[in-house]
Design a protein around this ligand. Sequence first.
Ligand SMILES: *Cc1c(COP(=O)(O)O)cnc(C)c1O
Length: 385
Amino acid sequence: MPGNEVIGKEEFEEIQDIFQNGSVLFRSGFDNLRNNRYKVKKFENDFALFMSVENALAVSSGTAALRVALAALDISEGDEVITQSFTFVATVEAIVESRATPVICNINKSLNMDPDNLKDLINPRTKAVIAVHMLGVPANIKEIKKICDNNNIFLIEDTAWGCGGSVNNKKLGTFGDIGTYSFDFAKTITTGEGGMLVFKDKKVFEKASAWHDHGHENNPSVPRWADTRQSSGFNYRMTELQGAVGIAQLKKLSHVIENQRLNKFLIKNELEKIDDITFRDIPSGSYETADALIFFLDSKERAINCREELLKQGLGTKILPEAYTWHFAATWTHIKEIFQENPKLVDDLNPSKDILSKAVSVPIGVNMNKNVPEYIKNAVLKTIH
Ligand SMILES: *Cc1c(COP(=O)(O)O)cnc(C)c1O
């Protein structure tokens, strides 16, 4: 558990600052009441600075961020959007919600999008790719970006698990046209619920900003009730309460990641003493957020046994192997749209299934009991027969 472990007086003071200065909980307007407190605006500015980009837009969740991204790029009915088999359902739900067709790409042993399979799936209807930096490890983003550029396709990075990570010192979320982030309670930093987008192109930012707020352009020359608009939109606004918490959490992001990286290193160090386990591939130049450590055992049965052993030691796993159904597209028979265009999708995703079913994911936190690496090693050793 990452950002939620470090919630403390800084978050409380940011919230208190709102209530001591007019109690305006809405991100814009009410200027005469709020004593110049604009928490969401400040969170966006701080976030943009941290990511070294010009424009960031805060929204109500990471799922909303994906939906707004697709709207800002004009993606709709008849368009195909490719994402990966191992992600959270939200990535695909956002595509379905935008009325585009979701196309599912296999992963490789990095547990992120397989660039070779991506090339095979691109066709004239493909408008965008959503690459996910799943569970803290960067996608093979340079290669994916090259493929998108060569085919004139938009690239969105679902950075829900990669906030603060980078490749060759360039922050995740800033390689593509839009990067999206989640601040739900399990993510690297949290605002309870919340999300963010960063943009390459200012025009796309402006469109996203209006679309997430019913089309409001927040034209400074007129009051909000007389605001100008060019399109309809929806309401995915972040509240000032979330913005306040976000300001305090962002200041702790580097601390969270540094601790997680250290703890992950300590656990991996122990596990490397075991002969027959292998680890997830990490693209070169990666700076991981280290929200999880994923390793492979030689069978599905052993992966499940390993979870049982970890539970006996009072430790848990994170998503793999137990919650794989929420994170593997071949199991999402409730989302009929992903099977409509490709009835043999389940078979096509067998390479992903092979990889995922042997994987065990250990959650990494900011705080760790010093015995944990040893306990995890012992749990894995007990699965050797
Ligand atoms: C958490 C998550 C989301 C959705 O974010 P919410 O803030 O929970 O809506 C999207 N994609 C991935 C990969 C996630 O892990």
